[in-house]
Design a protein around this ligand. Structure first.
Ligand SMILES: Nc1ncnc2c1ncn2[C@@H]1O[C@H](COP(=O)(O)OP(=O)(O)O)[C@@H](O)[C@H]1O
Ligand SMILES: [Mg+2]
Length: 426
């Protein structure tokens, strides 16, 4: 088989790394890819957003399966375009990916089908939104409806803060069209966890639990980022909790989308808050998470390709996943200043040395080649990922491995996994 992976981040590096290990696969392409990916796949110079370019490439090279990383490409309709010519592609089509593309849609369908989520109201008028918040308890949460690269959600502690964010979204239009409507919702407290499942639209195959670390600083302080690290499995997600999430959230959302004539195929990703009243949905994503994918694929023992193909062929019930024992941790090395302004083009050292460390994979997120050398090229630069017997050992050894890597101003959180370790020792 020939497989094409679309995207250029750490998630795509992990996908390519795993897919290339499949005995079913002869050749992996990645568009546009990155220097780490180019060690395992042939990178082709087509932007992830260039749907026509990708489509022509897949036709010309007779690609047997295309796997899409980023959400905006799904929401823009890449799957619909490929299906025109019966090209196999993994991911939801445009109508189904609205579950991520519109938070208003996601909240509305959850309410209609009784899927647990925070109470909310939708506004398309600044005046009414402001009137509403003057009657609310704080904190509360304001969310831009459309895609905002993970920057469209504000947890507001005060009325003034909320007022300012409503102005930014609806008056200053900092997210453009994506901010024409907003969701104002109840603040939920608890532990956050992500559960991803693969589905062919009828049956779901849930993956193991993961915890991401969104905030830039240790102790979950500072602004949100694309994700500073993750680990899997999450010890507080017991078998009972996992089953209840499957039964009350993942199965119902897939069935609801089918009923609404938006049959869903691909990854359905539930971002959850485990509250005192049980798990509630913060959001759904229509694709693999980043860096959740890095830890999940490190732990996955079975071949990923049959799982991906089965969504296209509608026979996912025949596929079972085997996991490696133990725990995986991924720590993101980021550029100084991220998620705000940061420098690019700084040389990265230690990439060869780290290859000799057992059980470690370094997934490239934001790197480029300059004068034959790897340099930084994004906010998140590398995802150092490990598989070990237990969380303590995984955490200790992943930070040992990181010491071998360096670039000017490299920043990483030193507490990825600490919350779970502390909880265990309570
Ligand atoms: N209702 C809520 N209560 C508390 N925190 C929330 C709530 N909704 C979102 N958050 C916080 O904001 C983050 C981002 O929100 P999310 O809905 O996942 O949007 P996105 O990933 O698109 O930015 C979440 O990971 C969570 O930490
Ligand atoms: Mg999220």
């Amino acid at each position: 088989m020939k497989v094409l992976v679309v995207g250029s981040g750490g998630r795509e590096h992990a996908l390519v790394w795993k897919i290339a290990q499949s005995p079913m696969v002869k050749k992996v392409y990645c568009a546009p890819g990155n220097p780490g990916i180019s060690e395992v796949a042939e990178c082709v110079d087509i932007d992830a957003e260039n749907i026509e370019g990708l489509y022509n490439f897949a036709l010309k090279k007779k690609i047997d399966l295309t796997v899409v990383g980023p959400e905006d490409v799904l929401v823009a309709g890449i799957v619909d375009r490929f299906k025109d010519k019966h090209l196999n592609i993994f991911g939801p089509n445009k109508r189904a990916s609205v579950i991520e593309g519109s938070k208003v849609y996601a909240k509305t369908i959850m309410k209609k089908y009784g899927i647990p989520t925070a109470d909310f109201k939708v506004f398309d008028d600044l005046k009414y939104a402001k009137k509403h918040i003057s009657t609310c308890d704080f904190p509360l949460v304001i969310k831009a409806d459309g895609l905002a690269k993970g920057k469209g959600v504000f947890v507001c502690k005060t009325l003034e803060e909320a007022d300012r964010h409503i102005d930014d979204i609806m008056k200053e239009k900092i997210f453009g069209y994506a901010g024409e409507r907003i969701v104002i919702e109840e603040f939920l407290s608890g532990e956050e966890v992500s559960i991803l499942a693969i589905t062919d639209g009828k049956t779901i195959v849930p993956l193991s639990s993961v915890q991401d670390h969104k905030a830039v600083y240790e102790g979950d302080k500072g602004p949100n980022t694309g994700g500073m690290g993750a680990y899997s499995p999450v010890p507080f997600v017991t078998d009972d909790l996992q089953s209840s999430i499957e039964e009350n959230i993942l199965v119902p959302i897939v069935h609801a989308l089918k009923k609404e004539n938006r049959p869903y195929k691909g990854v359905i990703y539930a971002g959850l808050m485990i509250t005192n009243a049980g798990p509630k949905v913060l959001e759904f994503n229509a694709r693999f998470g980043d860096p959740e994918t890095q830890v999940l694929l490190m732990r996955m023992k079975s071949d990923l390709v049959p799982l991906l193909l089965s969504t296209v062929k509608n026979n996912i019930e025949e596929v079972e996943i085997e996991w490696h024992d133990g725990v995986s941790v991924c720590v993101i090395m980021a550029s100084k200043g991220y998620p705000d302004k940061y420098e690019k083009g700084l040389p990265v050292f230690g990439l060869e040395a780290v290859k000799s460390v057992t059980n470690v994979q370094v997934f490239h997120a934001g790197t480029a080649i300059k004068d034959g050398k790897v340099v930084t090229n994004g906010g998140r630069v590398l995802g150092v990922t490990i598989l070990e017997r237990d969380l303590e050992k995984a955490q200790k050894n992943v930070y040992e491995a990181i010491k071998k890597l360096s670039f000017d101003g490299a920043y990483y959180r030193k507490d990825i996994g600490t919350k779970a370790i502390n909880k265990k020792n309570l």
